[in-house]
Write a protein that binds this ligand. Sequence first.
Ligand SMILES: C[S@@+](CC[C@H](N)C(=O)[O-])C[C@H]1O[C@@H](n2cnc3c(N)ncnc32)[C@H](O)[C@@H]1O
Length: 222
Amino acid sequence: MSKKYLDEVRNCYNLAANEYSRTYINELDQKPFDRNIIDRFSDLLDSQSLIFDFGCGSGQTTNYIHKKNKHKVLGLDFSENSINLARQTLPEIQFEIDDMLNSKMGTATANGIIAFYAIVHFDYEDIKRVMQEWYRLLKDNSYCLFSFHIGEEFVEVQDFLDIKGANATWHLLDTDKVLGIAEEAGFKIMEAIIRYPYKGVEHESKRAYIMLKKEDSSLKSL
Ligand SMILES: C[S@@+](CC[C@H](N)C(=O)[O-])C[C@H]1O[C@@H](n2cnc3c(N)ncnc32)[C@H](O)[C@@H]1O
């Protein structure tokens, strides 16, 4: 993502942080499929595993995982206002400012990565970059769960959530292309599920939920 687009997306979520939190903080209550796939992801990880929640925004998925009281979860987002708000509303959880395209977190430090609708502003070059980053950050034999909107087009949104100047481009993505990029980065595809929207609850797009495994990386080149 060029610096211009990076700045635009960050600015969009900085401006919309309060409204985003107000609108979405309890969204998972109305999305049984999403809760279920996070539960299954969590079940794959040993207790005390460290999970990075990338593009955590106001921390709804971070809090859902935290409340299980099984793992240590760290919320990461490049929007300073979203992170500051998450720290205020969920003081018992650790949140850090971080750009997932160029993360400051150490190599092979996470047992799991979750990223719900965090790559929705990325083009395929960014997807390639983020897959390499996630592969770098994960330990061997660990898992990644992420979601996105399916489609071919991109949508330019002005005044997101009616906040003046909160502008960004949403990229709808082709599931097979994303899976191909994940495999190229070294991941094994464990699950790829398409679900139709919960009408009246969320934007009416088809959505993809992808579970990846980083196997023993020493076998990657074999
Ligand atoms: C659509 S919101 C999703 C938020 C949250 N995961 C959820 O499900 O409600 C996208 C989030 O990704 C964050 N984001 C976008 N690009 C990012 C990047 N390069 N690094 C870190 N966070 C990013 C945005 O700031 C925003 O909080």
